[in-house]
Design a protein around this ligand. Structure first.
Ligand code: NDP
Length: 405
């Protein structure tokens, strides 16, 4: 039977997913890219045709409309839907997959449009419906969440009997030349960064003031960078799925310039998500800010420098303590040369394609709704190297010699 794959969302990540699926067309079969704005899909399809010779079909769809999605999935005969629209659409797309009997994959957990809060609860609640329909949902299959979950599973499988602590370290050292821009969707990005921090220790979530906890981490191929504690969604599933874990934290780098802009915008109310009245019209400040900021999809051609995202796991192997660092470095310019997207979109889109590939090949397949770390990490790690995201493992030695400066 011919495979049909539907990709939803023609943004920065959707561009990479569509490119990479086309580069693996033997697995993905007929590919359709659908988004709210049809012309964006057509522009991406034209680039893919020119570069790879593969034809990608396109469609317009409002992914907030479950009925419209069901019609599209059935019309195409899609067996798999890759959701790289926004986290606000996760539930409508999952419900459409249940109704139409298609497998589902996303890269970010559900976020309520009116509330700056993201969590897996409502997606996990669909596990029974996915099982009943005999379909699979793979959640959070980008880089972080996504590859970071797989790095943890790989560390658990190959280097530890027990992992005690995990630090997830995300550094984007790219420079796009603008005074201020976000590397992915500004609403999602700024809501995440300006929220309170949270980490998990001995069974409890501990809240911290926004950007109040800082470490300096020496990132291979980049150097020492200020790294701030944030809440990040992969921790929610990892604390459930990694037994005997005592602590997990997430750190992301920000330059002083970025933080100064963000604080000023926050102070004047531009990050607000509640509508305000402006000259008789209601506007949501952060949505208006998104209109003003450079389109993340357009940053690719200007961005120089590297990203380095990884995990540091500390624990016990054969009665001895050890610390393992697994990381991946990507170069913005190299990503752009390959698929016309910068490294943040690239490092999200490539894992989404890999997860989808493993699902279609039934190497990762079980009915229900699942997170990444519940699968064997080895096939995913092999594909990472093959599909453009080679990774490294480093032993950091005695925990007292950790390289936090
Ligand atoms: P963009 O804003 O660039 O793209 C999102 C796309 O979704 C746009 O093309 C947009 O439509 C489309 N879209 C939005 N709403 C709808 C709708 N109602 N119906 C149909 N299409 C819609 O975002 P990114 O590409 O940067 O991010 C995509 C996803 O990836 C997000 O969920 C983000 O959170 C996630 N992400 C995950 C990461 C990870 O490591 N796990 C890292 C970075 C991002 P339009 O056609 O109008 O343009």
């Amino acid at each position: 039977m011919q495979t049909h794959t539907l990709i939803i969302g023609a943004g920065g990540v959707g561009n990479v997913v569509a490119f990479k699926c086309a580069m693996n067309a033997a697995t993905f079969g007929t590919i359709t890219l659908a988004s709210r704005t049809w012309s964006k899909c057509d522009a991406i399809a034209a680039d893919i045709q020119a570069k790879t010779g593969v034809t990608v079909s396109t469609a317009a769809v409002d992914a907030d409309d479950t009925g419209a999605l069901v019609d599209l999935i059935r019309h195409i005969g899609a067996s798999l839907v890759i959701n790289v629209a926004l986290p606000y659409q996760d539930l409508t797309i999952m419900d459409a997959c249940i109704a139409a009997g298609a497998d589902y994959l996303d890269t970010a957990n559900y976020e309520h449009p009116g509330e700056a809060k993201f969590e897996y609860r409502e997606q996990w609640a669909r596990d029974g419906a996915f099982r009943d329909a005999g379909i699979m949902g793979l959640l959070g299959c980008g880089f972080d969440p996504g590859v970071t979950n797989v790095f943890v599973a790989y560390a658990q499988k190959h280097f530890f009997d027990t992992i005690r602590t995990i630090d997830i370290l995300d550094c984007n050292d790219g420079d796009h030349g603008y005074p201020f821009a976000t590397n992915f969707n500004p609403e999602i990005n700024l809501r995440e960064v300006s929220a309170k921090g949270r980490y998990w220790e001995r069974g409890e979530w501990i809240e911290t003031e926004p950007l109040s906890v800082k470490h300096v981490w020496d990132y291979p191929e980049i150097g020492p960078r200020d790294s701030y504690l944030l809440y990040h969604e992969e921790m929610e599933s990892l604390v459930k799925n990694i037994p005997d874990l005592e602590r997990i934290r997430f750190f992301m780098t920000f330059s002083e310039g970025y933080l100064t802009h963000m604080r000023a915008l926050q102070n004047v109310g531009m990050l607000g998500i509640e509508p305000v009245e402006h000259r008789g019209q209601e506007i949501v400040p952060i949505e208006f800010l998104k209109t003003l900021l450079p389109d993340p999809a357009g940053l690719g051609s200007r961005t120089r420098g590297k990203t380095n995202i990884g995990i540091v796991a500390h624990g016990i192997k054969d009665g001895r303590e050890r610390t393992i660092y697994i990381y991946q470095v990507s170069d913005h310019e190299q990503c752009y040369a390959e698929v016309k997207s910068q490294a943040v979109s690239y490092t999200t889109g490539v894992p989404a394609m890999i997860g989808a590939k493993l699902m279609l090949e039934k190497r990762w397949y079980k009915a229900g709704v699942h997170n990444m770390e519940t699968f064997d990490p080895d096939p995913f790690m092999e594909e990472l190297g093959r599909q453009g995201l080679p990774w490294q493992v480093m032993e950091l030695g005695d925990p007292n010699e950790r390289r936090y400066l």
